[in-house]
Design a protein around this ligand. Structure first.
Ligand code: KG4
Ligand code: ZN
Length: 342
């Protein structure tokens, strides 16, 4: 059983691994309607909603799977990164289940789980690989020699790509989250009308930056007095999304050339974007590097990817003292959090 509660989705999934490898059932409760009027996630509302629905979702996923809690062989949960209050709801709930029913528990990293999401439907992906993780909280490229040997190659210095999409949609009062809206309106605009330059790091590093995109959109918006839902608005949004996806592709391609890899993985909420998927597929179609994208339902936050990675981790490190591990990782998270609010 996988349990995910790091941000604004509460999710519980039951998978079967071994001879059969499949997701038996997953229940996801998205909090988008609760946060949309604020144009972003309100952490207090998020934690309270996780608390309200997590037990109900667990009962529902068991019922839909025709299983009882004692049939569960392993509990896997998101250890972080995420909103601390939201993570704690998942942790306390999972620990309670684990203690009371004596089910082993394993914590997993949310970002690594996004990478793992592509393995749910592609079980023969070859290492080494590079993974571009594009979500509301992260934009990074990782190099993986194997599943548990990961190195960060690039990360964003400011906003994550999904965050920029969401902020621009918020600026225009155009709904939340911005990403799916951009996906819907992209084809209505002229992608060549506005130009954007790819951000470059002055220190020559390989990192990403997206704040310049935000500034450029606002500049064009003022200069041309752009109002929402006009043709020029659609042109600006298409030009912006086109440039952002080209930028992500260019950085990924350069990294792929620099490392001797067999596969490229693109994962996270923004990997659901149609334009991004199209561009990446086109680029890698005649390449000897294989490209893997998650199925649409596993792009955004879900508990199947948590369960999938939890199983792999437990098989690789069966003697992991998971409670100790959990306790330590959470005290570290708290310590960092306390330092931040001081
Ligand atoms: O992975 P995710 O569910 O949560 C985090 O771990 O952050 O990603 C959420 C992000 C949001 O910023 C949302 O706008 C973006 O994914 N997103 C999309 C699409 N669907 C979700 N961005 C572009 N196109 C989409 N179709
Ligand atoms: Zn995520």
């Amino acid at each position: 059983m996988g349990i995910e509660s790091s941000c604004d989705e509460t999710a519980v999934s039951i998978i079967e691994r071994g001879e059969k490898n499949w997701v038996i059932n997953e229940q996801i409760k998205s909090q988008i309607p609760l946060h949309s009027k604020y144009g972003g996630i309100v952490p207090e509302i998020a934690s309270r909603n996780h608390y309200e629905v997590i037990d109900y979702l667990t009962l529902k996923v068991l019922k839909k799977s025709n299983l009882k809690i004692d049939d569960i062989g392993l509990i896997s949960l998101t250890q972080g990164p995420g909103l601390i209050g939201s993570l704690l709801i998942g942790l306390c709930f999972a620990k309670g289940l684990s203690f009371s029913r004596k089910i082993p528990i394993v914590p997993v990293d949310h970002i690594n789980s996004h990478i793992e999401s592509v393995f749910i439907d592609n079980q023969n992906i070859q290492y080494p690989l590079i993974a571009l993780v594009v979500s509301g909280g992260h934009t990074s490229i990782f190099y993986q020699r194997s599943k548990f040997d990961t190195e960060v190659v690039s990360k964003t210095r400011d906003d994550a790509v999904g965050e920029v999409l969401d902020k621009i949609a918020k600026f225009y009062n155009f709904g939340y989250p911005g990403g799916p809206i951009f996906d819907r309106i992209y084809k209505q605009g002229d992608k060549n009308r506005f130009s954007f330059t790819f951000p470059k790091m002055s220190d020559g590093s390989n990192d990403f930056s997206f704040s310049g995109y935000k500034t450029a959109v606002l500049k064009y918006s003022k200069e041309f007095k752009i109002k929402v839902n006009t043709q020029i608005f659609y042109d600006l949004m298409s030009s912006f999304l086109n440039s952002v996806t080209d930028y992500l592709l260019k950085k990924t391609k350069l990294t792929a050339i620099g490392f001797k890899i067999k596969s490229v993985v693109v994962a996270g909420g923004v990997s659901r974007n149609s334009l991004l998927r199209e561009k990446f597929k086109e680029e890698f179609k005649n390449n000897n590097i294989m490209l893997y994208l998650p199925s649409s339902r596993y792009c955004t936050d879900n508990a199947s990817m948590i369960a999938w990675l939890g199983y792999e981790k437990y098989m690789k490190f069966p003697n992991l003292d998971s409670f100790d591990f959990l306790l330590n990782s959470y005290s570290r998270a708290f310590f960092k959090y306390k330092k931040k609010i001081k």
